[in-house]
Design a protein around this ligand. Sequence first.
Ligand SMILES: Nc1ncnc2c1ncn2[C@@H]1O[C@H](COP(=O)(O)OP(=O)(O)OP(=O)(O)O)[C@@H](O)[C@H]1O
Ligand SMILES: [Mg+2]
Length: 361
Amino acid sequence: MDDQGHEHKNDSNSESSGGKDDGILYVGIDLGTSRSAISTSNGVRKVVESYVGWPVDMVARKVLKHDIVIGEEALKLRPMLDMHRPLENGLIKEGSEKDAEAVRQLMKHLVVLGGAGGKGDGKKQVRAVVGVPAEALRVNKQQLRGALTGIVDSLMIVTEPFAVAYGLDALLHSLIIDIGAGTADFCVMNGRYPNDEDQRTLNSAGDAIDQILTKSVQEKHPEANFSEHMVREWKEAHSFVGEPPERIVVKAPVRGKPTKIDITDEMRNACESLVAPVAETMIDLIARVEPEYQDRIRNNVILSGGTSLTRGLSDRLQAILKEYGGGRVKVVDDPIFVGSDGGLAIAMDAPDSDWERLSSG
Ligand SMILES: Nc1ncnc2c1ncn2[C@@H]1O[C@H](COP(=O)(O)OP(=O)(O)OP(=O)(O)O)[C@@H](O)[C@H]1O
Ligand SMILES: [Mg+2]
């Protein structure tokens, strides 16, 4: 492995991440549609499913013994909860106070998990770099600021793929494609802060695949009974593009009886739906770079995000690059923490003047 081969061993020794002992807690947060991760300067790394739920009624509250449930726990307990997945399509859903509050609770939960205790914790200052989809940066900054006020002291909002590039030290002549649940985010790195032209966001990502898969399996097996969560699990276990690596047979109840159904063709079509839009945007972004650098960028395409684990995807994109003079497409080693580690690296390096202070009050 070359430029992306290094790992961030963020163990308890904060020196290993270039620790500064200035009484400030630096954190990198990857705010994701399906899961959110935090990496901190005191060596903590945590990931949480981006779900927030409130008990639906008095009975649920009595059973749950909590006023709010966050993360995987919420997913498990969903029949008892008013569930919110506040970041569908990579944006904080607008017009819903519950969703805004859900983002706030999710961020608070992450920051506390990251080691910045609540009040009475000696009030260690927290400086957070938060990675969001490229387009959210234009639309949604204000909402994010609101959600973080009172939770962190200083904030820097960056795009998710830029955080990934920074963490991998792939800052020059690279193209990062971060394909998550809500969005696919693209960023060309030219050795400086990327601008709007260097970045793109598509809404074709994991959630869109889940929707296509759900619809086509329903059409083929109208008698079978399954939830969106089951569909996502099938996809995560069996996703592929190109030739089927094996027949894909899953179990779903038919009139209460677990029954095997073959979903190979449906899986293929659903996953393939990603290829054309991603390839088109990849080619378009490369074509905009100065001609003398295009070759280097084609040879340094980096895929991150959960959906980049789809079998055959990187090979397919690399095959498409062949028609444009050839290239290399690699998948990152650690898709869960690569974004938050990158955010942390930015936080540690950023001069005071790059930070935005959030006033709590
Ligand atoms: N093996 C796999 N094959 C295909 N998709 C997968 C696989 N594993 C996870 N995924 C999908 O990856 C997505 C989650 O990826 P990730 O955690 O990068 O997203 P996110 O950061 O929450 O979303 P976004 O970046 O869009 O806000 C989900 O849609 C999930 O189903
Ligand atoms: Mg993401």
